[in-house]
Write a protein that binds this ligand. Sequence first.
Ligand code: KIV
Ligand code: NA
Length: 266
Amino acid sequence: PKRVRTRHFQTAKQQGIPITGLTSYDMLTAQIFDQAGIDFLLVGDSAGNNVFGYESTLPVTVDELIPLTRAVAMAAKRALVVADMPFGSYEGGKEEALHTAVRFMKESHSHAVKLEGGVRSRKQIKRIVSAGIPVMGHIGFTPQSEHGLGGHMIQGRGSSGAEKLIEDALAVQDAGAFAVVLEMVPGSVAAEVTKRLEIPTIGVGAGPDVDGQLMVWSDFAGMTEGRVPRFVKQYANLHSVLTDAVNHFRDDVATGAYPAPEHNYE
Ligand code: KIV
Ligand code: NA
């Protein structure tokens, strides 16, 4: 299959073809999502929660994300693979940001990087793009600044919130990003941003009027127990599928039903 490139994101927006993205942190899921024709795979710092078991994305390091990103990049034959730059790997300035982006491109074989922040990350985005590395922006609710924002909260509410979101979106675009993620913002504001921008907007809880949709794979596949955010649609219930399977295996071993004769080497 022909590799998805950043210019395909641009033509998709122009032609009104919705872009699809999922997170992935390993070869097995990357292969499935890639073969299904998902346009981009984000190796998110949400691996902090979903792979490493941290309570937030803040502790995740570049060294932890690189091997996961490499596994996804090696499995994806068509999808564009985006490496998520973790907290503490780019805020210090444009040279720090470039250094991190180069590490991901060299060591993980990703095709682009993503970093959080609009106006505050403009210099970093510009520097990375000038080195020939595509950047995906990320504005609205930015989990790495959870504590500064005061919790998991919808961003872009009210006229000043909407204005700030538009400012951030324009800053990301002016800095040279090829797309921007809008996380947890009112649908009407996301629609306005999408109209104002030439680059595609990718929604995560941003309503239908954006250029693409992204979900965290463990959310969309129902891999985790408990509450999921309002914007998540669970397309499967892998948690109960795997729970049933493991209960069945445990019982079969206890009763001697597994292994059966057909599983034995003679
Ligand atoms: O890390 C992640 O999964 C993300 C998306 C939710 C945007 O950044
Ligand atoms: Na992230």
